[in-house]
Design a protein around this ligand. Sequence first.
Ligand SMILES: Cc1cc2nc3c(=O)[nH]c(=O)nc-3n(C[C@H](O)[C@H](O)[C@H](O)COP(=O)(O)O)c2cc1C
Ligand SMILES: C=C(O[C@@H]1CC(C(=O)O)=C[C@@H](OP(=O)(O)O)[C@H]1O)C(=O)O
Length: 353
Amino acid sequence: MPGNSFGQVFRITTWGESHGPALGVVIDGCPPRIPLREEDIQVELDRRRPGKSLVESPRKEPDRVEILSGVFEGLTTGCPISLIIYNKDARPGAYDHLKDVFRPGHGDITYYRKYGHRDHRGGGRSSGRETAARVAAGAVAQKILDLSGIKVIAYTLALGGVRARRKDLSFIYQNPLFCPDPEALPAMEARVAEVRAQGDSIGGVVEIIAQGVPAGLGEPVFDKLDAELARALMSIGAIKGVEIGSGFAAAEMLGSEHNDPITPEGFRSNHAGGILAGISNGDEIICRVAVKPIPSIAQEQDTIDIHGTPRKITVGGRHDASAIPRIVPVCQAMVRLVLADHLLRQRAIEGWI
Ligand SMILES: Cc1cc2nc3c(=O)[nH]c(=O)nc-3n(C[C@H](O)[C@H](O)[C@H](O)COP(=O)(O)O)c2cc1C
Ligand SMILES: C=C(O[C@@H]1CC(C(=O)O)=C[C@@H](OP(=O)(O)O)[C@H]1O)C(=O)O
């Protein structure tokens, strides 16, 4: 199946299904002599794995990563890095009632119309479980970003209509929702509990920022940095919108308000979100994504089966009430992958490698 790879210089291919034996990623184009241990990757996977809090799918996946290739004596060799994560709590037989019927809001109907059959064991390849492989690859990408002092931080800006502000970035990993606002957290938790009790689901907004990105990343026309970030983030299931900098608010602003004045000390504001003409300007990069509510809900819904016959469906199974918070480390990983790829492209131009 084409479409499983991402990146130009730092390239990844993810593989595996939600209820197969394992999933993983092959990374090609990683420079040699970069320190890399399984623990560096594991810490990121632990933030994404299911079964940690009430908002999340109760599926118990330890998501232990094993490095199969491309690392020797703790350093990358320059050869393809292969990472594997075994599925430990798959229940392929538990989805037989979904074999011939399409879940509204999920990829069942489009996979069936494209391929003529589908893997009905959970989401199969369209399951958010695939994002474990992206997070693992993102941890490797961060190793490259570390060499240039680049930090990528992601957090929950809104959940089920409850908005947070970027108040305390040190608070993100102290709460299960990756909320940066201690005052907004209780209302978010209450909203999750309320929606879960109704057998329903919610979405929200994730913000991703990148600090320390040098000016000059991004290509002048099609592979503009903002275009690449939007593509990378939109490639995650459940994401329905991407904003860079002021985003959709720009449409309501005057030029005199939106332009970021340039001073000898730097830009006085950052409506650009750190990118001008597709090229990083040295300021903080700011992206936001809109996350839709989880499609698999416990309420009865109208659908059809593969013969086009109207059916009622109550999905059941082990599902998240919201893709937030688990999608937060996935967004962070995709931004890391884009920046590492573009850093290596730029360093290649400058003769670094
Ligand atoms: C981390 C993560 C977890 C998700 N968990 C679930 C889930 O438990 N149940 C579900 O139906 N969809 C879940 N989704 C969303 C579906 O995978 C997604 O809606 C589906 O692939 C259809 O793609 P689309 O929403 O981009 O159209 C999750 C997505 C992500 C990224
Ligand atoms: C297992 C994970 O999340 C899954 C994402 C998902 C979906 O449809 O996206 C549906 C559920 O799993 P299943 O494929 O068993 O129905 C979630 O539990 C994971 O992220 O590791």
